[in-house]
Design a protein around this ligand. Structure first.
Ligand SMILES: [Cu+2]
Length: 317
């Protein structure tokens, strides 16, 4: 009796292994997705077994062929969790405003990046199509801006920015000096002008479903928990026809980007999808939330030449 049971389990495992192998070999795109996403890999992903268990459940018609087990086994997060070494820790940014930032008015921002020796850091890797990504989030978490300052050499990046409202904003610069890991530096800035009505304390979204540009967008949660990789999937459905959306366009080299912060805008997470090269109907992300609590997430996607933002608030156990 015991022997039959063991044989059955063994046969079952073999079948699973064969299925995984077959999918891994048959779908070359999975490897490509990995090759691309591994460029920004900062920590090894969870094991394949962990991933399979923790994956969010999505409706059948929202499955993505790019999400084969090979791609999943290469899953990684990209959230600055990796330790900075001495030289990296000494990299700093000087934030210079050409005038006082005012709501609705253009203001020039110059970032000067220097190393431990006080000299400009001259060379940067291109990460998701840009040398530097700048994200601005208002203190009340109502505003989200994602821009790309131009590199002018000698460690200087410049951009003409417009803040939508007054109030305090926290700016996060993501960049990767050549020979270093991806670094994030942050700064608060006060913007003059009308501040939006103070929102009540950040509350988890009651429904993880929204309508943007004629699409019904839903966020599906896998096993969500602080201190370990959590998986989340956005699915896209045409609202009129009910059909899965399969024509998402790459935005900065990936089907989507997610930025998450805590209510104090201190913890900042920026992740890229596991199925980076997909065009829908889902975008799957692995996020390491450092601590349990409330987080606001902004997903950014592109379709029909236009970038759109999908915000949700999550309570992470
Ligand atoms: Cu960017």
């Amino acid at each position: 009796m015991a022997k039959t049971w063991k044989t059955a389990v063994f046969a079952g495992l073999l079948a699973v292994a064969a299925a995984l192998l077959w999918q891994g070999v048959s779908d070359g795109e999975g490897d490509e997705a990995y090759a691309r996403s591994s460029l920004t890999s900062s920590s090894p992903g969870a094991s394949m077994a962990e991933m399979m268990m923790a994956l969010p459940e999505v409706p059948k018609d929202m499955q993505d062929p790019l999400l084969d087990p090979m791609a999943l086994s290469q899953m990684h997060t990209h959230d600055g969790a990796q330790q900075e070494n001495d030289a990296e820790r000494r990299v700093r940014i000087e934030w210079e405003w050409d005038g006082v930032p005012k709501a609705g008015a253009q203001v020039r921002l110059t970032l000067t990046i220097t190393g431990g020796d006080g000299l400009p850091v001259a060379n940067y890797e291109i990460n998701h199509e840009k040398k530097l990504h700048l994200i601005a989030i208002s203190r009340d978490l109502s505003q989200f801006v994602h821009v790309h300052p131009d590199y002018e050499g000698q460690g200087k990046f410049r951009i003409d920015m417009t803040f939508p409202t007054g109030g305090d904003y926290r700016l996060f610069a993501d960049f990767m000096p050549t020979g270093m890991i991806q670094l994030t530096r942050a700064e608060w800035v006060s913007v003059q002008g009308e501040e939006p009505e103070g929102e009540a304390a950040l509350q988890a979204s009651k429904r993880l479903k929204t309508v943007v540009r004629g699409m019904e967008i839903e966020l599906h949660l896998g096993h969500l928990m602080a201190g370990m990789p959590s998986t989340i999937a956005y699915t896209f459905r045409d609202r009129k026809t009910g059909k899965p959306v399969r024509d998402l366009e790459p935005y900065l080299g990936a089907v989507g980007h997610v930025v998450a912060v805590d209510p104090l805008v201190e913890r900042y997470i920026h992740v890229h999808p596991v199925n980076a090269l997909s065009s829908g109907p889902q975008a799957l992300f692995s996020i390491d939330f450092p601590e349990s609590g409330t987080y606001k997430l902004w997903g950014q996607f592109k379709r029909g030449g236009e970038v759109f933002v999908v915000p949700f608030v999550l309570e992470v156990p």
